[in-house]
Design a protein around this ligand. Structure first.
Ligand code: HEM
Length: 956
């Protein structure tokens, strides 16, 4: 960690990370080389090689990709498949006993689902069943493989599953990762998707390996507890089969992976179609009631009598064709199909969807109609059901087809009672499902979605056009426009490719060459970068109004319903809006001793909750990732202020929302391509996809806020101000103001306050924990001071702050050293202005590099060394001049309005956590300072363990 720029291994935001760095030469060279190579091969092939019928292939877009993820046909593969297949059969359908046991697993999961659905539907609520269905599907296969299941509130399991769900995005037919392997050789968004894919596979494989190792350690040849044991027994202890130990893990991973996403997707479609077609739901229920009655649950034995349900299931498979194309095949020798000669080693996509929607076979294939599978006597037409293709056919047919069929039947029938509730969840989104190709609003995988269709002509044309246009403007500007100092800007991309993984460090280094005020170009924006205390002070304090604007970036417009204080431009109305937010915050945190006390109580409550949760997660010497818990704790303090309520650490919906909101900063951070190359929005490409995700997360978050504000409006009582929402409603909704602030501003204010305080405070807490375990001697020193000042019989409070100088120094050093908000939110000039002798025109975008202030070697001795003592004088007293030189909350007219409450939170959280617990690094973990770049710099995931120090105090 001594070298700050090399060792701060920042994983940039998905946009920055992949397009930045010195990639332009590599990118351009590779592209030109490949284009020429492909073009030559293509021209040659046009002349020499007989092409099979098909659309005209553009050069480069079509190259022979091979799936990396799946094994090719071989004798070994055959053996491997046979083992997996017979093990599956042995544990699901070999005899009546295994059948019964297997059915019992499903029934148990289904009943659990019913309970959870009913709970989630309490008070007439609507819920997203996705997570629960995924857990249910995964549990059945985990029960078979490991003899154990996971609770629906097991966050780590859910997180793992939600990642595994993304697996299919990359291995689907047509994935650019596979068909353009050269995209892996230099940074670009496709490579980033592939990297994520590799990571998720590693994580999933580690999970499975762990379990298999446990099985190996406790293996007893006399007792086959589950499929893992059975596979270990065949592969490791059976006849010589040429399969190594790794095949055990591989088989189990395959079985769990394959059985999870598919079945849960299937269940999701089933639920969606049931609520979309209530008359079908009713008809199924009537048949179940008739056949099964109301006194017992349906069982597999009822299957033959529940024909309409069977028909519904087959129609769901046919209509949705939710595995539209099989895993890509490859020919093992030359072969002729339908008179077309296909050479050996050709990649083959098998389009199951085309089988299920062939109008020659299916009447009105685009209409959902389960009755198509029943004859006039209501009997299932087996010929027709066997025409549905979803499990593929032949040598690569899915080996889990029988299991999948059981699963969907049992879960569907058992959920009967909860469906009445889910039924209310009207599916407006899918109300246009009658036309299959135009109206099946399928959102493809992030790769396919963005690169498919007829985009290439649009992409190429747009790029060429923009390139020519930019080149002309650029040549003209070179002659006519006086440029500010700064690096040479390339046409179209400007300096985007030079930002590097850590733009704040790149800019800091550029300042050595161009001075503290210089210009870069990103896409079509000239941007001024300010570095160093003097230039930034001059701009934000001496010229505060001139630098108070915000650029009109498209991402900014998506925030807080377009009524954000943080992202809104400078105006009279904005000033009033900010003032209201600021005074409301003050009124609820520091206005007088009573509000101070109440505010402190919220934090103490959350901190004690954290202690409990940490100790629970550390039970039996375990190590855990504190990320989720810290995020909930930080969110709860601000939710308590705004809504008068907090959320439990096991509230899945809240956690899911928070984990999405955490991604917010990736898109609004300085240098986001979404903003500086807005033309990327006009045709499909990966940057547009990232922007769309950003818009969706904002919408989802804003809906959550709005919902709460509306509830406040409905129960508003002018006599009693319960919380900040009430206070803001009073000042904005109810006030007779001529400023034009509307109800939408009320929601915007609350959204801003919660949003701004969420990611920032929780990131600060992440860094503090990481640094505490990285430097145990500092942790001990902090605890010694806390014990001396506070003692062991009460909790630390804000009154102790002035006596806990070393803790204060630790907090300031954490802020300085990590500078976890490396840039402020981008500013914009409101009029022409001159800084450090450099003239900056009005409406120029300005990046303010806080990191450069905190790492200036003129100001800080050894800035790259983490040393809290730098803030203490020889008598151990805090050097206030030095602490006020740390820049993390910005300054001037846009200075953070939550700085006081953030500091109070960070102080109390750290004091209480340190008082109550000691934190340790896992012996197997090499703690790094690697982080992800965005509006905040977040440490990459790490694990710790907490130990109680003495007795637990309750804060009373
Ligand atoms: C350690 C925690 C925090 C840090 C490091 C931090 C830092 C910042 C920074 C750098 C800015 C941008 C200023 C600029 O563009 O010049 C900002 C803006 C803002 N922050 Fe914070 N913040 C923190 C916590 C909070 C909290 C807890 C709240 C509210 C509850 C909050 C509310 C705001 C608001 C409303 C703005 C927009 C100000 C404006 O545009 O005028 N922040 N913060």
């Amino acid at each position: 960690m001594t070298l700050w720029d090399t060792e701060f291994g920042v994983k940039g935001s998905s946009i920055i990370r992949e397009w930045s760095g010195q990639v332009q030469p590599a990118l351009v060279a590779s592209f030109i080389f490949l284009f020429c190579l492909e073009a030559c091969l293509w021209v040659r092939n046009l002349r020499h090689k007989k092409r099979l019928p098909g659309p005209f292939p553009w050069p480069v877009m079509i190259s022979g990709g091979k799936s990396m993820a799946f094994t090719s046909y071989s004798t070994q593969w055959k053996m491997h498949r046979r083992i997996a297949q017979s093990t599956l059969r042995a544990f699901s359908s070999a005899n009546s006993q295994t059948k019964k046991a297997f059915e019992q697993h499903i029934v148990g999961e289904a009943l659990d689902l019913v309970q959870i659905f009913l709970r989630l539907s309490g008070d007439g609520r609507y819920f997203n069943p996705s997570h629960e269905l995924t857990v249910a599907a995964a549990n059945v296969i985990c029960a078979l493989c490991f003899g154990k299941r996971y609770g629906h509130d097991d966050i780590e399991f859910k997180t793992l599953l939600s990642k595994v769900n993304k697996f299919g995005e990359t291995v689907g037919a047509g994935s650019l990762v596979d068909v353009m392997p050269w995209l892996q050789s230099f940074p670009n968004p496709v490579r980033s998707i592939y990297k994520n894919f590799k990571e998720l596979n590693e994580e999933f494989f580690a999970f499975v390996k762990d379990k298999v190792i446990q099985h190996r350690e406790t293996y007893n040849p006399e007792v086959t507890r589950d499929m893992s044991d059975a596979i270990i027994s065949v592969i490791e202890h059976g006849k010589e089969n040429g399969l190594s130990k790794d095949f055990v893990e591989g088989t189990v991973t395959d079985l769990i992976g394959a059985g999870q996403d598919t079945v849960s997707t299937f269940l999701q479609w089933i639920l969606l179609l049931l609520v979309k077609y209530p008359h079908i739901q009713t008809k199924i229920q009537e048949q179940i009631d008739k056949v099964v009655g109301r006194d017992r649950l349906p069982s597999v034995e009822d299957k033959s009598s529940l024909v309409y349900l069977d028909a519904f299931i087959y129609e769901t498979m046919r209509f949705t064709s939710f595995v539209p194309v099989t895993i890509p095949h490859s020919t093992t020798s030359d072969v002729t199909i339908d008179g077309v000669h296909i050479p050996r080693d050709t990649v083959v996509f098998i389009n199951q969807w085309s089988v299920n929607h062939d109008p020659q076979k299916w009447k009105d294939p685009h209409i959902f109609n389960p009755s198509r599978f029943l004859d006039e006597n209501g009997v299932l037409d087996k010929d027709l059901t066997s025409s549905v293709m979803i499990f593929s056919i032949g040598k690569r047919r899915c080996i889990g087809d029988q299991i999948a069929k059981y699963l969907r039947q049992d879960t569907t029938t058992s959920q009967r009672s909860s469906l009445a509730y889910i039924n209310k969840c009207t599916c407006e989104k899918t109300s246009t499902m009658a036309l299959w190709d135009t109206e099946f609003g399928v959102k493809g995988s992030s790769i396919i979605r963005e690169w498919s269709g007829q985009v290439q002509p649009a992409l190429v044309a747009t790029l060429i056009f923009l390139f020519c246009l930019e080149a002309c403007l650029w040549v003209r500007n070179l002659r006519h426009k006086r440029r500010l100092p700064g690096p040479f800007p390339w046409p179209v991309v400007g300096n985007a490719m030079q930002l590097g993984q850590m733009p704040h460090i790149t800019f800091f280094n550029m300042a050595k060459k161009y001075g503290n005020v210089y210009q870069i170009r990103l896409g079509c924006n000239d941007i001024v970068v300010l570095n160093g205390d003097t230039a930034i002070h001059q701009a934000l304090i001496q010229h505060s109004t001139e630098f108070a604007g915000r650029p009109n970036f498209i991402s900014f417009q998506a925030v807080s319903g377009g009524k954000s204080i943080s992202f809104g431009n400078y105006s009279t109305q904005w000033k009033l809006h900010r003032r209201i937010a600021q005074s409301t915050l003050r009124a609820f945190s520091s206005a007088n001793s009573q509000t101070k006390k109440a505010f402190e109580q919220h934090i103490v409550g959350e901190a004690l909750d954290l202690v409990q949760v940490f100790l629970r997660l550390s039970a039996d010497g375990r190590y855990f990732n504190p990320s989720h818990e810290l995020t909930v704790a930080a969110a709860n303090v601000i939710c308590a202020l705004c809504f008068g309520k907090r959320y439990g650490h096991d509230d899945i919906e809240f956690k899911t929302l928070l984990s999405r909101v955490e991604k917010f900063g990736e898109t609004v951070g300085a240098g986001s391509l979404v903003d500086v190359m807005p033309w990327l929005q006009s045709f499909p490409n990966p940057v547009r996809s990232i922007y769309r995700n950003f818009k969706e997360l904002n919408k989802e978050y804003f809906a959550f806020i709005k919902d709460n504000v509306i509830q406040h409006r409905e129960t508003y009582n002018p006599e009693v101000t319960r919380d900040m929402s009430d206070a803001i409603i009073r000042v904005i909704d109810k006030a007779d103001n001529a400023t034009g602030l509307t109800k939408a501003h009320t929601e915007g204010t609350v959204a801003d306050l919660i949003g701004a305080g969420l990611d920032t405070v929780s990131t600060a807490l992440h860094w503090m924990l990481l640094l505490l375990v990285k430097y145990p001697h500092i942790q001990t020193k902090l605890q010694e001071q806390i014990d001396k000042v506070v003692g062991r019989d009460r909790l630390p409070s804000t009154e102790d702050k002035s006596s806990l100088a070393y803790l204060d120094a630790f907090i300031y050093e954490t802020m300085r050293f990590t500078t976890f908000v490396p840039f402020t939110i981008p500013h914009s000039t409101t009029s022409d202005v001159t800084i450090d002798g450099v003239h900056i025109p009005r409406d120029t975008v300005v990046f303010i590099n806080q990191w450069s202030v905190n790492h200036d070697p003129q100001k800080w001795k050894d800035p790259h060394v983490f040393n809290p003592s730098r803030f203490l004088n020889e008598n151990g007293i805090l050097d206030k001049d030095l602490t006020s030189s740390v820049m993390i909350f910005s300054m001037g007219k846009r200075r953070c309005i939550g700085d006081q409450i953030a500091k109070a939170e960070i102080f109390l959280y750290s004091a209480i956590l340190l008082h109550q617990c000691s934190f340790e690094n896992s012996p197997t973990q090499d703690l790094t300072m690697d982080c992800s770049y965005g509006l905040t710099l977040r440490p990459l995931s790490f694990t710790i363990s907490a130990k109680l120090r003495g007795k637990i105090l309750n804060g009373a």
